[in-house]
Design a protein around this ligand. Structure first.
Ligand SMILES: [Mg+2]
Length: 147
């Protein structure tokens, strides 16, 4: 600062006071933000996000691993299972009972084919057959918790 007049010093002093006020306000904002961060359990949050990311990566990996036909058919199977979610489920059924149901579903599929039913009906009957095969494998303990 080359101008050392009283007026220039006053002006500079005012500017510095304003700057000081601005920086003090900013510092209070930062302090509040830091205190907010301290109250977060950031480690647990990171663990939660890591778990979600790992699950998403596993799901994406599984989807890319499956053949398109298998994925499409698995979705049909799930659709049929969900349509029957109001029923008790298969976990307590004996394999031979499920096998009888599989034969019934196979007959329904056969009938749909003979009748030349529309493709969606054939697909859903095929998914029913597959679902009973899956249930048999499940109650026989052949399926793990995760693929
Ligand atoms: Mg059926």
């Amino acid at each position: 600062m080359s101008d050392l007049s009283i007026e220039a010093l006053r002006t500079e002093n005012m500017r510095l006071r304003e700057e000081n006020k601005r920086l003090t306000t900013q510092a209070r904002v930062f302090e509040t933000e830091v205190n907010d961060l301290k109250t977060l359990d950031t480690h647990a949050e990171w663990q939660r996000l890591d778990k979600l990311l790992a699950e998403a990566e596993a799901a994406a990996s599984m989807v890319s691993y499956l053949r398109p036909e298998v994925l499409a058919f698995a979705l049909l199977m799930e659709q049929q299972l969900r349509a029957n979610d109001h029923k008790p489920g298969w976990k307590n059924d004996a394999p031979v009972v499920l096998m009888d149901r599989l034969h019934e579903e196979a007959a329904e599929l056969h009938e749909a084919l003979k009748q030349g039913d529309y493709r969606e009906h054939i697909a859903l009957e095929a998914a029913d057959v597959a679902n009973f095969a899956m249930m048999i494998a499940d109650v026989c303990g052949c399926l793990g918790e995760k693929p």
